[in-house]
Write a protein that binds this ligand. Structure first.
Ligand code: ADP
Length: 443
């Protein structure tokens, strides 16, 4: 707790000078951050793979994406807007930083998730306290150490915990905004705790992303991409593909293709070359996955995988489940495990209605050879992002938001940058403004 106070105080102390720099000056610092990250990709990836299990080549790509986000935000500016410049008044709208921003991140992608927060917060003039998940603090601590070599002291502070400082950070009077990524239940706590001091919040929460295959799709062609986004990082991806809806005409073929791909995925230690999927990161998630496997056995037919892998580590076989329907926990809930339910649908309108009833609304994808038809379906889905013929294509210039219980606010893109600022209006009289007879107090 003392270290948390010290971190918040350091961020507050650094805020005055950091926020007084020009955008160009802060941009130079961010670019130096990007360079130091690029120079240390191997060691950062080592820590991420060792603590999180993501195969090392994916970890390197993720860290590369972090530095790209630094470069993107280093190039963004929020110029002042003049909303009126008339004889009677001149009104400028400017964007000020908020103060200390706390970033609270989960264990699945320490860099990706922080890339949604840190570059935007810094370029806008805020300072930060970053708290990674208790189970994966090392990669983020290492990142903080590197950034400290190029940023002024106190601008970025990383604290680690045993999953017990989030609440205190959310309630801390020295913090002005919480940018949180994690489960919906914890996001609700964050919002409640932030209310007392009216902190700004941005919440990126759970998702149960559906992929809808239309009846003109080519099952063989789309199967590898569908499988990738279902099994990437053992399914521990907020915007991973969590449930797949397939029309009757393509159902058997696509199920067989997916099962064949799942059986061929090389599972193992992410430090070893050629490994495509690692373990689940923590025991809690592993125990949940086992429950989903028993649900799958009762509610559907397992056509690939279906078991844990005995031995050290929380390994689960890539699993494909067919003949399963909405109403089974594996379809209705976010599994966060490499267990893909494939649901047969007959009526597209009914399917869209049913999908829109989910409390979640993070991402979705539609798969078809007919773009116009796929787009028409996409526009009827109530979620933050719909991809067509792909899934989970996220980039720093593309705004990213969740609908319903999947989030509050926006990250990435200019819309995401605005969320790290306070709007201020400067309103002055114009050359012919008069406080003459129209003002009854004039004398
Ligand atoms: P997960 O993503 O593991 O399901 P959480 O959403 O609980 O779990 O965790 C995401 C992040 O939120 C972690 O850094 C965790 O330590 C932090 N956290 C846990 N409980 C709280 C809380 N009550 N308030 C703020 N942050 C929390």
């Amino acid at each position: 707790m003392q270290q948390l106070d010290a971190a918040v105080n350091a961020a507050n102390d650094a805020f005055t000078a950091w926020s007084a720099l020009s955008w160009d000056e802060r941009s130079q610092y961010l670019l130096r951050g990007a360079v130091v990250i690029e120079q240390n990709i191997d060691s950062l990836a080592y820590w991420e793979t060792r603590e999180g299990g993501l195969p090392i080549e994916f970890a390197k790509a993720e860290i590369g994406a972090f530095s790209l986000a630094c470069r993107y935000f280093a190039g963004l500016r929020l110029p002042e807007e003049i909303v009126e410049d008339s004889a009677t008044r001149r009104v400028r709208v400017i964007r000020r930083p908020l103060g200390v921003v706390a970033a609270i991140t989960p264990w699945n992608f320490p860099f990706d998730v922080l890339s949604l927060k840190l570059p935007a917060a810094l370029i806008a003039g805020n300072t930060m306290v970053v708290k990674p998940a208790g189970t994966t603090p090392l990669a983020t601590l290492q990142l903080g150490r590197l950034l400290a070599t190029v940023l002024p002291p106190g601008v970025v502070n990383v604290i680690s915990d045993a999953n017990d400082l989030g609440e205190a950070l959310t309630q801390h009077p020295g913090v002005r905004k919480i940018s949180f990524t994690g489960s919906t239940a914890t996001g609700q706590c964050v919002m409640k705790n932030a209310a007392d001091s009216l902190k700004r919040v941005t919440l990126e929460l759970g998702g149960n992303d559906p992929a809808i295959v239309l009846d003109d799709a080519n099952a063989r062609e789309i199967a590898p991409d569908l499988a990738f986004w279902a099994f990437f990082h053992a399914g521990q991806v907020c915007v991973g593909l969590k449930r797949l809806y397939v029309p009757a005409a393509l159902y058997d073929e696509l199920c067989d293709e997916l099962a064949a791909i799942a059986r061929a995925i090389k599972v193992g230690n992410g430090m070893e070359a050629g490994v495509q999927m690692g373990p689940l990161q923590n025991r809690k998630q592993y125990e949940r996955a086992k429950l989903f496997l028993s649900d799958a056995e009762c509610d559907g037919t397992i056509i690939a995988g279906g078991n844990i892998i005995e031995g050290p580590g929380f390994f689960v076989q890539p699993t494909v489940v067919r003949d399963i329907e909405d109403g089974s926990p594996l379809v209705d809930e976010e599994q966060f495990a490499p267990i893909l339910p494939v649901v047969k649908y007959r009526d597209l309108d009914e399917l869209i209605r049913q999908i829109n009833q989910s409390p979640y609304g993070l991402g979705a994808s539609v798969w078809s050879r007919d773009l116009a038809r796929a787009t028409a379906v996409a526009e009827r889905l109530n979620c933050g992002t719909v991809w067509i013929n792909k899934h989970c294509d996220v980039a720093p210039h593309i705004p990213f938001a969740g609908a319903k219980s999947s989030g509050v606010g926006v990250e990435f893109g200019e819309a995401g940058l605005l969320e790290f600022t306070q709007l201020q209006v400067i309103n002055v009289p114009g050359p012919s403004a008069v406080s003459g007879p129209s003002n009854p107090f004039a004398h």
